[in-house]
Design a protein around this ligand. Structure first.
Ligand code: FES
Length: 159
């Protein structure tokens, strides 16, 4: 794997942006499978700006590899100020342009983030569930039977 790519991922991981659940989000999207262990959840908050409804803030949680975490972090910044329609037209490479082209083996990490965005923004998407009734991503992934995993928390004071 290209060391430049690895360094860019390491840099993004060293300072993850917008990490953690968002209270009072307008939309939430989850992608992946708790069964295989790769999951991303994104929370979105909108605002009105010049007559357009644009994304004001986004945050994420990820139980994926380092690349998925880096892409999710960068994506929460890349989609700020964009409408849902604009975000849905973004290619996976637009979500984390700082990483450059991803190695083929890492493409699904970006697709995981892209799918979570689509889950949150597609017209059929449900509004964000009230925080108390929705399972957290941690609850969702750790309630899978017969699954051994190690959960590593990043510091959330870097948002
Ligand atoms: Fe599975 Fe990156 S999310 S390898």
């Amino acid at each position: 794997m290209d060391t430049t790519f690895e360094q860019k991922v390491a840099d993004a991981l060293a300072n993850p942006k917008n990490l953690g659940e968002m209270e009072n989000a307008d939309a939430v999207g989850t992608a992946g499978s708790a069964g295989c262990g790769d999951m991303v959840r994104l929370w979105l908050k909108f605002k009105e700006e010049n007559g357009r409804k644009v994304i004001d803030r986004a945050s994420f949680q990820s139980f994926g590899c380092e690349t998925a975490i880096a892409v999710a972090s960068l994506a929460t910044e890349a989609i700020r100020g964009k409408t849902a329609e604009e975000v849905l037209k973004m290619k996976s490479t637009d979500l984390a342009p700082d990483l450059g082209p991803l190695p083929p083996v890492k493409l699904h990490c970006t697709q995981l983030v892209e799918s979570a965005l689509h889950a949150a923004l597609e017209p059929s998407a449900k509004p964000a569930e009230p925080a108390k009734s929705a399972p957290t991503l941690l609850e969702q992934i750790t309630t899978q039977p017969e699954r051994k995993m190690k959960v590593v928390f990043l510091k959330d004071d870097q948002t």
